[in-house]
Write a protein that binds this ligand. Structure first.
Ligand SMILES: Cc1cc2nc3c(=O)[nH]c(=O)nc-3n(C[C@H](O)[C@H](O)[C@H](O)COP(=O)(O)OP(=O)(O)OC[C@H]3O[C@@H](n4cnc5c(N)ncnc54)[C@H](O)[C@@H]3O)c2cc1C
Length: 444
């Protein structure tokens, strides 16, 4: 194997895979190094929403919400086989956020992100709306609005696969153990060997500071690691809407149709200490059950929980007191020219903003990396298997025997929110990707 590359990317999560894909498509010889499996970190433990983040409006994060909303439809267009629109119902509750505030927030949400295909918000009477049926009596007004759902792990794999199809080398089970500037470039050590690159990207997610330590760099940014947990229970409702619920402590959580027979409820926000296990505590499980029982007529208890999963958000430490108030925005830090070979570090981010983040990262590297000759290209280039119009998803569904989620906004009116098959077909690809698996030392 050629051990010399233009760009080495550390981290096979959504951000690393997205950057590898973008850079490979612009002509660079790219190596993506993942210490375990692709998407093994935060990128498979998200709530799986392609969303603007309605609640971030409360924190005045208008730029982030605008960016995320405009990415929402862009991502849907490039991956209609793994992303589908979802209608959320947000009930108004007396004593919590007033009705006018919810309506105003949703009005803004509908308009600041360049929405074209998704239906707008509407006010609904929960006594008559299908989403009102499983809820406790007494809820009257609700708001129905649009966002998107994604198979997060597949999004990562498809980015890595497309990177490979553009010539990148993807090595899993290959942890970076050290990296140093050497001879005008980078020398990167792994148990699989030494690699050389003109530029290096640190996209290690929650391990970004750990990797800065391996590289011997001073972190440019303080980070806050915040665990979010989900519980999965047997299906609580038969319709295809999802819920956005508010709690008296000001927090919000979602209840989403999941894998046909289940409902996914989450999340929590708890500061995560290094070394602590990444799993839902009894307290978090009880908190989510109590929250759900405030809204669903049939109470949810810890005994109903069939599965839990948790992830760690790598958040920029902006000094916010409560973990849920910490910004979900991202920062890219590119080393100064005087420091030698370029190092770009990714701090924070969301699944929803990964493509835009990757584009910005590669744009910035392009000024220092002559191999990056091509223009930005990922806005409209479909991911493998996603080369059909969103309106064509229904046709694809028929072709594949119902294994692709149907995604036709024009058919998804208030009475037809769409019925989504949660197990999409595997993406096809005419070429075999250059993804190589390596055994972890000591694991055979
Ligand atoms: C509970 C929860 C819910 C969320 N929900 C949503 C949501 O609904 N919508 C949304 O848009 N965003 C959501 N997010 C945010 C989103 O999931 C993350 O921002 C995103 O997945 C981060 O991706 P990443 O690539 O930066 O990190 P990761 O996915 O963690 O990837 C980093 C990778 O680097 C690898 N790595 C680390 N060290 C090394 C090393 N030394 N060598 C090689 N590889 C290494 C790790 O193994 C890992 O695979 C959520 C996050 C959480 C925690």
């Amino acid at each position: 194997m050629d051990q010399r590359f233009d760009l080495v990317v550390i981290g096979g999560g959504v951000n690393g895979a997205g950057i590898a894909r973008d850079a490979a498509g612009r002509g660079a010889r790219v190596l993506l190094l993942e210490r375990g499996d692709l998407a093994q970190g935060t990128s498979s433990a998200s709530t799986k929403l392609i969303h603007g983040g309605l609640r971030y409006l409360e924190h005045y994060e208008f730029a982030l919400v605008r960016e995320s909303l405009s990415e929402r439809e862009a991502l849907w267009r490039i991956a209609p086989h793994i992303i589908h629109p979802l209608r959320f119902v947000l009930p108004h509750v007396k004593g919590l956020r007033p009705r006018w505030l919810l309506r105003l927030g949703l009005l803004l949400y509908d308009h600041i992100g360049g929405r074209r295909l998704l239906p707008t918000t509407r006010t609904v009477d929960l006594r008559r709306h299908p989403a009102g049926t499983p809820l406790v009596p007494g809820l009257r007004t609700g708001f129905e609005y649009s966002d998107g759902w994604v198979d997060d792990a597949r999004l990562v794999v498809l980015n890595a696969r497309d990177a490979a199809e553009h010539g990148a080398t993807v090595l899993t089970r290959t942890p970076v153990t050290a990296a140093r500037r050497d001879n005008g470039g980078w020398r990167i050590e792994t148990p699989a060997g030494t690699f050389h690159a003109a530029a290096l990207v640190n996209a290690a997610g929650p391990a970004v500071l750990e990797v800065e330590g391996l590289i011997g760099e001073q972190p440019a940014q303080a980070m806050r690691l915040v665990r979010g947990s989900h519980i999965v229970v047997k299906r609580l409702f038969d319709h295809a809407y999802a819920y956005f619920f508010q709690l008296p402590d000001g927090r919000i959580f979602f209840a989403i149709p999941y894998e046909r027979d289940f409902t996914l409820i989450g999340t929590t926000d708890a500061d995560q200490q290094p070394g602590d296990p990444v799993r839902a505590s009894d307290e978090e499980i009880a908190y989510l059950c109590e929250g759900a029982s405030r809204y669903f007529a049939r109470p949810v208890t810890p005994a109903d929980v069939v599965w839990t999963f948790s992830g760690v958000r790598p958040l920029i430490d902006d000094g916010s007191g409560r973990p849920e108030a910490a910004t979900r925005g991202y920062r890219l830090d590119l080393s100064e020219e005087g420091e030698g070979a370029p190092l770009l570090s990714v701090y924070g981010g969301k699944i929803t903003t990964y493509r835009h983040l990757a584009e910005e990262a590669v744009d910035r590297l392009a000024a220092r990396l002559p191999a990056l000759t091509g223009p930005a290209w990922t806005t409209s280039a479909p991911l493998p298997g996603g080369d059909f119009a969103v309106e064509g998803a229904a046709r694809a569904d028929r072709r594949t025997g119902g294994r692709v989620p149907r995604a036709c906004p024009r058919r998804c009116g208030p009475d037809r929110p769409g019925l989504w098959h949660p197990r999409p077909a595997l993406a096809r690809s005419p070429t075999r990707p250059r993804i190589r698996r390596r055994a972890m030392p000591g694991r055979g």
